[in-house]
Ligand binder design. Sequence first.
Ligand code: FAD
Length: 287
Amino acid sequence: MPLSSSLHRAAMTDRTFSLEFFPPKTPEGMAKLRDTRAQLALLHPEFFSVTFGAGGSTRDRTLETVLEIQAAGLAAAPHLSCVASTRDSIREILETYRSNGIRHIVALRGDLPSGMAEPGEFRYANELVSFIRQETGDWFQIEIAAYPETHPQARNYREDLLNFKRKADAGANAAITQYFFNPDAYFNFVDDCAHLGVTLPIVPGIMPISNFSQLSRFSAACGAEIPRWLNNKMESYMDDTASIKAFGLDFVSGMCDKLLRGGAPGLHFYTLNQAGLTSSIWQRLGL
Ligand code: FAD
């Protein structure tokens, strides 16, 4: 049963709904992703983005996955992280994407892989955004990352906000947030950006809930808060994954509905290369 009224649906037509994959490591993973992609293509997302391992560790697999998506007639947006990279290597990747007709990029700093000491020629994502604009003009639509609950390495919320503004002002077209489970953090962040004159669309990143221990691990690593009540409730289901999924579906669908009603300019789903939960949330929202 869709949560949205027809009025709400009409207002959603100019919003952006997109999906994220990671590049599989094996031929079997690639074959499975083809099935997932075929199912999710029926939802007609604006684009499919594909993550990129920092330091270029997934460079060829990201490219391969993006080209497959594009060959299937769908819009693809590769992520590109600049940590541990040189200007020449980034220039070469941009040229490969450009010559293959890719028009959309998610520009990131990334995290230095453990054991890799050399930070490379870019320090922060704002430098990458400037470089892409300098090298390729308006060819690419550039998305950047946003952190409504503050990036884990930031000195404080205010500095992180100003750093986000610098990155937006470097020439980004839109932003996608780290996932969160507290819509107020998102609305507060968007308001603070507007006060600073940052008006680019900030699309909430949505993590469907399927596996509590995996979600706890991810959240600890990326600084996404699982509110205490939510944590306790999921923990109480123990190994009952069916109940966690059913509860997670209700909770995340309700949160998405609240975000859209509050004016969010779309949604970006971290699919983890699975079609089921994303499709179910999408259908419940009546997108
Ligand atoms: P930045 O915007 O550079 O920010 C990083 C930190 O530096 C922040 O604390 C910021 O406050 C601070 N900072 C920024 N600019 C300055 C400055 N000029 N001076 C001083 N401090 C500054 N990681 C991957 O490896 N591959 C991916 O494909 C990937 N995809 C992602 C997609 C999304 C939508 C999101 C939200 C994150 C993704 N990440 C990915 C994770 C991301 O790379 C990490 O969160 C990384 O730590 C920061 O990247 P950033 O682009 O946000 O960095």
